[in-house]
Design a protein around this ligand. Structure first.
Ligand SMILES: Nc1ncnc2c1ncn2[C@@H]1O[C@H](COP(=O)(O)OP(=O)(O)OP(=O)(O)O)[C@@H](O)[C@H]1O
Length: 326
């Protein structure tokens, strides 16, 4: 059985005639990373807030792990769901350790267990344990967002709701936190619903994209499937800008090497720059172009394992374009 089942969920705010979320139905499997994508005002946040009952649905039904979300008090439901928002929601007057411990304390964990959990979480989100005694204002935006993530994970919820958590961060910090989140997800297998209106972020993170427009779901599928066959012109427009680069950001240097004789040992090459198998082809393209269009060696565990040239990238792109339009 699916982990989350939404059945005709609807929210009409008081005094409004048009629902913000209109008869939305979907199923999400345990451990899936689902990204809600769509333009401003399409109902992403409203949908997310119906899942942890910050908003009560006007109509429809929601099952989480087989249990009707209305069958328990909203506060209890919320303690079982991690929630991360753009403004972090950290309590400014509480130290980092106190912020992280909020839910475990509500759940009346004993002191030793809470202390151990704070250390474990700081390690997980790669913040120094010395930050325990600081206040949120003494941390950078990216660090505060890591604390927000640690706090949401504190009581080990199986479901995480994340509403534009990286929206206010600069591009580099944002990319790092996206990597961290993927790493944490691979380790902890949480079910994640993540709201963004950044297409690149959505393509990078999602197992499946839930694309919304004006309170409705217009498509719910894997990133490659959506790129390959957008449901309509709206989806095509939403995803088509820089389409080629986006496609390349879904593929890695290792994918391209697999196509071009992986394992081929190369003669020593005096290029300064090297690529790694896990780099995206988008990064590889940028660096190959920066190197004047010269092929760059790919290095894994200190060994040369192949090279990436503009031709390699072009051939992968042609191949995927054909595959995508088949
Ligand atoms: N508390 C509220 N009262 C009345 N209308 C609301 C309320 N919250 C949201 N809305 C309306 O519901 C619609 C959906 O809003 P929502 O915040 O869910 O959109 P969103 O897709 O998350 O947008 P954004 O990407 O800008 O955050 C909008 O038209 C908004 O004005």
């Amino acid at each position: 059985m699916a982990f989350i089942i939404a059945d005709r969920l609807t929210k009409t705010f008081p005094g409004e005639t048009r629902p913000a979320v209109d008869q939305v139905s979907f199923e999400i499997k345990k451990g899936e990373f689902v990204v809600l994508l769509g333009p401003s005002g399409c109902g992403k946040t409203t949908l997310l807030k119906m899942i942890n009952r910050l908003y009560e649905p006007t109509e429809g039904r929601l099952l989480i792990d087989g249990v009707d979300a209305r069958s328990m008090p909203a506060t209890e439901l919320r303690r079982r769901i991690g929630y991360v928002i753009q403004q972090t929601g950290l309590f400014p007057h509480l130290r980092i350790e106190q912020n992280i411990a909020v839910v475990p304390q509500l759940l009346k964990w004993d002191r030793a267990r809470i202390e151990a959990r704070i250390d474990e979480l700081l390690d997980l989100v790669e913040l120094p344990r010395a930050y325990r005694k600081r206040y949120p204002r003494q941390l950078s935006g990216g660090e505060q967002q890591r604390v927000g993530l640690a706090r949401a994970l504190a009581a080990d919820p199986s479901l995480m709701l994340m509403d534009e958590p990286f929206g206010a961060l600069d591009a580099i910090t944002r990319a790092r936190l996206q990597d961290e989140l993927l790493r944490i997800q691979q380790r902890l297998h949480k079910t994640i619903l993540f709201v963004t209106h950044d297409v690149d972020e959505a393509l990078r993170l999602a197992d499946r994209l839930l694309i919304m427009r004006a309170g409705h779901i217009v498509q719910f599928d894997t990133p490659l499937a959506v790129l390959a066959a957008p449901a309509d012109d709206f989806v095509r427009d939403l995803l088509s800008t820089d389409d080629v680069l986006r496609r390349l950001s879904l593929l890695t240097v290792a994918d391209a090497l697999a196509d071009n004789g992986a394992g081929k040992r190369l003669a020593e090459n005096d290029a300064q720059e090297t690529l790694q198998p896990g780099d995206t082809l988008r990064e590889a393209l940028i660096r190959v172009l920066r190197a004047g269009g010269q092929a760059l060696p790919v290095v894994a565990n200190g060994q040369n394992v192949g090279e990436i040239s503009p031709d390699t990238i072009a051939s992968v792109l042609t191949r995927t374009t054909h595959a995508l339009s088949d």
